[in-house]
Write a protein that binds this ligand. Sequence first.
Ligand code: SF4
Ligand code: SF4
Length: 78
Amino acid sequence: MNKQRLKETPRFDRELCIACTMCVNICPTGALDLEIRNSIKGFRRFPVLANPQKCIGCRACEEECPAGAIFMTERAAA
Ligand code: SF4
Ligand code: SF4
């Protein structure tokens, strides 16, 4: 895993997300969690990067997402 990957964390598109929770379940480090958020589909439990310090940039969540709702972006400066 190179340094560039380590700088990337997931962002979620709530309009594409079907709230299947697969990304939360596949994450090996517990970086993701579910929170109730509003969207055009109403209030649902959506994934959020609840523990960004735990994210190792492995992309498992992005690869698992069946809806293409996860995009890896450069980690925000701490
Ligand atoms: S990139 Fe890997 S460690 Fe980071 S949130 Fe996704 S599955 Fe978890
Ligand atoms: S895997 Fe994709 S569609 Fe499922 S909850 Fe995560 S972001 Fe949403």
